[in-house]
Write a protein that binds this ligand. Sequence first.
Ligand code: SD4
Length: 325
Amino acid sequence: FATVPLVVNTWNFPNSALKAWEVISESDNALDALTDGINVCEHDGCSTSVGYGGSPDENGETTLDALIFDGDEMDMGAVGSLRRVKDAILIARRVLDYTDHSFIVGDLATEFATKVFNFTEESLQTNYSRNRWEQWQNGSCQPNFWKNMEPDASSSCGPYTVSNSITRNSRQSTIGEDNHDTIGMIVISGSGHAVAGTSTNGLTYKIPGRVGDSPIAGAGAYANSEYGAAVATGNGDIMMRFLPSFLAIELLSQGMNPSLAANTSISRIVSKYPSFSGALIVADIDGNVGVACNGMATFPYVVVNEENPEGLTVIFNCTAVADSS
Ligand code: SD4
């Protein structure tokens, strides 16, 4: 049963999907629906998973990545490593609406938000994120994302020095139902405008300055109103090497259905990184939805359309799609 308008988002975040549905129902404006829907998640709508107060980096700071991609104009706005401003998706939207650029990062993204658009500058640390960070330090700063580096003899928390030999193995963090940090949302309007976007605080204990896949076009999200839209969640350090959202839309353009496109795109990553954890949602322009995931037992996502106006949380079995490939 496929219809538009359609709202789909990653994980069990119904509050965001329902907000987007409310906006699309009233206005048929896909960009506004996605922006307002994701912003709910950034403001306590998704517990500690998305936005401020989650995923402290090695310094205990929470930094944010967000993207909005407009599939009508093939235009986008994104922020990476945004500091001390909560509304990452709103800043990404300002980049889309008010600049010819696509992607603004770091402290200068903070300046863009606060000086030009009067967003409030405030700490993104909470008691929860401070506690997590302190526990991590008490646990010898494990896990961490360094490789081929040795901690100083006096402290396992660094400073680190380079070791003599370099091994080329790529270690992987596991992302699943209990430690996800990203909302990815697709909105397709009744008139066929496909929009995709993301907001995340990235990976917990990341090396400061690290930007994940979420704000990168074709990696965390992609849309093209001729074909549909896709969003990804999971280990972004791996996913950004494969551009899974772009690939899925490319496969739709070649005539694949969304399930096969999602599966083929995730399989491309799995063939190199078998234990990679991540998920991809793909929707075609008619409102058909396909999902693929790997490295977790189940992947929940939320669909809202005319058939499910109250929102339907689907608990997707990750092995089912892998088997059908
Ligand atoms: C990242 N892809 O920054 C994000 C993390 C994520 O659920 O999706 N967590 O790598």
